[in-house]
Design a binder for this molecule. Structure first.
Ligand SMILES: *Cc1c(COP(=O)(O)O)cnc(C)c1O
Length: 454
C-alpha cells in the first residue's frame, strides 16, 4: 500500500473514529497494521515494543500461530451461538477448564463480553442472591468498594469505581457505595509503618462491616494491585484478611481479576498468592490472551443455587449479552490455556520477574522516582516532585505522558496513569526485550528530568 492510501486511512481515523480515553483535539493517528510477538508494526513499517500488552490483555504475544489457528478452526464450524437457552462446545469446555483452574468453590461461569460487563453481572448476582437465598436477607443491598478502585466504565462498574478523574462527573448517575481508603503501601497514613498501615486499613474494613453488615451485599476488591489507580500495591496479607473479615460478617467477596488474572502476578490468579477463594471472581482482559472480547463471572455453588426454582418462581438471572459465550472467543481462550501448559508460561516467569526487578532497582535510584512497585510481571514507577516527602505532580502536568513520549522515540509503546509509568508487557516477553523496554524507560525518565530541569 502506498503512502497516499495510508494518509487516507489516517484521515478517516482522525475524522471519524472517536478513541477511548483520548483527547481527540490533539490526537495524531497512529495506525498499527501488523504485529509479531511483543512488537507492533505501524503503517510506516516502524516496530514498537508493546510495553503494556495492548492495554493489559495480551499474554502470549501478538499473532501467535496456535491462537490464530484456534480461531480459524472454529470459524469453519460456527462463529456465533446465542447463550440464551443454548450452548456451544468451546464455551462448555472453557467453563469446565476455568472452574478447574480457579480457586476452590467457584463452580459456575457466567460469560459476558468485556471486563466491565463481568463486574456488572457480579454486582447484580450479589444483589439478587441476598433477595433469594434461604433465608433471604433483603436488606443486604449495598456495596463496599475502595478509593481509586477501577472496575470498568459502565454505570454499575463506575459506581463501585473510585477514580475521581474518570468517574466524578457521572456521580449523579451512579449508586452510592460505602467507600474505604485505598490500602496503599506507598502513600500510607502519616507516620505509619507498612505493618501499622496494613492493620489500620483492615480496621477500617472491619469497623464498617461490624456496624453495617446487615445492609451490605458484597465487598469488591482488585486483589493485590489496583492497577488503574496507578499500580497501587496492597500490603501483603490484606486480601487474605479481607476474606476472613467478609466471611465473619456474612458479606460476599467479589474479586475483580480482570487486570491481574492469567499469570500477571506469577500465579494463574492473584487470589492464589494469598490462598483466597472469593465468592465471585471476575475475569476479562487476558482471558482470550488479548484476541477477542470475552469476560467471565465465576460464582460458588451456594450463590448459583439461590437462582434455581421452577420457571414461575422468577428466580432466574434476568441478565445477558448477545455475544456472551461466543465460540470463537472461547476457542481462542482454550488455546491460550493450552499454551500456558505447553510453553510452561508460569514456570518461566520467575527469572523474567527478577530481571524486571533488577531494572526497577536501578530506576528507583533516579531523583524523580518516588516509588517503584512490582507484582509479578507488572510494575508501576511513580514520578514525584520531591523524593523525600513524596509530593506528587499534579495530573495536568502530564509527567507520565511526557516520559512515555520519550520512550516512544525509543520504539517502546507505553501508556501511563497520571505520574505513574505502567510496565505490563506480554508474559511472552523475552529477557532481552525486558532489557530493551526498561533501558528505554530509564533513558526516558533521565532525559525528562534533564530537559525539564527538575
Ligand atoms: C480493565 C478493567 C476492567 C474493565 O474491563 P473492560 O474490558 O475494559 O470493560 C475492570 N476491572 C479491572 C480491574 C480492570 O483493570
Amino acid at each position: 500500500m502506498g503512502g497516499m492510501e495510508f494518509e487516507q486511512f489516517a484521515r478517516w481515523d482522525r475524522e471519524h473514529v472517536w478513541h477511548a480515553f483520548t483527547q481527540m483535539q490533539e490526537y495524531e493517528p497512529w495506525l498499527i497494521v501488523r504485529a509479531e510477538g511483543c512488537e507492533l508494526i505501524d503503517v510506516q513499517g516502524r516496530r514498537w515494543l508493546d510495553g503494556v500488552s495492548s492495554l493489559w490483555c495480551n499474554i502470549h504475544g501478538h499473532n501467535h500461530p496456535k491462537l490464530n489457528r484456534a480461531i480459524c478452526d472454529q470459524l469453519e464450524k460456527v462463529a456465533h451461538v446465542t447463550s440464551l437457552g443454548m450452548g456451544n462446545l468451546p464455551a462448555a469446555e472453557l467453563a469446565y477448564r476455568l472452574v478447574q483452574l480457579a480457586p476452590p468453590g467457584l463452580e459456575h461461569v457466567f460469560f459476558s463480553g468485556d471486563g466491565a460487563c463481568a463486574v456488572e453481572a457480579a454486582l447484580k448476582i450479589a444483589f439478587q442472591y441476598w433477595q433469594q437465598c434461604h433465608p433471604s436477607r433483603p436488606s443486604k443491598t449495598r456495596f463496599v468498594a475502595f478509593e481509586d478502585a477501577y472496575h470498568g466504565d459502565t454505570l454499575g462498574a463506575a459506581s463501585v469505581g473510585g477514580v475521581a478523574r474518570f468517574h466524578a462527573l457521572f456521580r449523579p448517575l451512579l449508586f452510592e457505595v460505602f467507600r474505604l481508603p485505598v490500602p496503599d503501601s506507598y502513600r500510607r497514613p502519616k507516620g505509619m509503618s507498612l505493618e501499622e498501615a496494613a492493620g489500620w486499613y483492615l480496621e477500617q474494613l472491619e469497623r464498617l462491616l461490624r456496624s453495617r453488615h446487615q445492609e451490605i451485599a458484597a465487598v469488591i476488591i482488585e486483589p493485590l494491585m489496583q492497577c488503574a489507580a496507578g499500580m497501587v500495591r496492597h500490603p501483603p496479607g490484606f486480601l487474605a484478611a479481607a476474606r476472613r473479615i467478609t466471611q465473619q460478617y456474612d458479606v460476599l467477596l467479589i474479586a475483580d481479576e480482570v487486570a491481574v488474572g492469567f499469570g500477571r502476578t506469577g500465579t494463574m490468579f492473584a487470589c492464589q498468592q494469598e490462598n483466597v477463594a472469593p465468592d465471585i471472581l471476575c475475569l476479562g482482559k487476558g482471558l482470550t490472551a488479548g484476541y477477542l472480547p470475552m469476560s467471565a463471572t465465576l460464582v460458588t455453588d451456594d450463590i448459583y443455587q439461590a437462582f434455581l426454582g421452577d420457571y414461575g418462581s422468577g428466580r432466574m438471572f434476568y441478565h445477558g449479552h448477545t455475544y456472551a459465550g461466543n465460540p470463537l472467543a472461547a476457542a481462542v481462550a482454550l488455546a491460550s490455556l493450552e499454551i500456558f501448559e505447553e510453553e510452561h508460561v508460569l514456570e518461566q516467569l520467575p527469572p523474567k520477574c527478577r530481571r524486571l526487578e533488577e531494572h526497577l532497582a536501578r530506576i528507583a535510584e533516579l531523583p524523580v522516582v518516588g516509588d517503584v512497585r512490582q507484582c509479578g510481571l507488572m510494575a508501576g514507577i511513580e514520578l514525584v516532585k520531591d523524593k523525600v516527602t513524596g509530593e506528587p505532580f499534579a495530573w495536568h502536568e502530564r509527567v507520565g505522558w511526557q516520559v512515555c513520549q520519550r520512550a516512544k522515540q525509543r520504539n517502546v509503546f507505553l501508556r501511563p496513569l497520571g505520574s505513574v509509568i505502567v510496565i505490563m508487557p506480554p508474559l511472552a516477553i523475552r529477557h532481552e526485550q525486558i532489557d530493551q523496554l526498561m533501558e528505554a524507560v530509564y533513558e526516558a525518565i533521565e532525559e525528562f528530568t534533564r530537559q525539564t530541569a527538575l
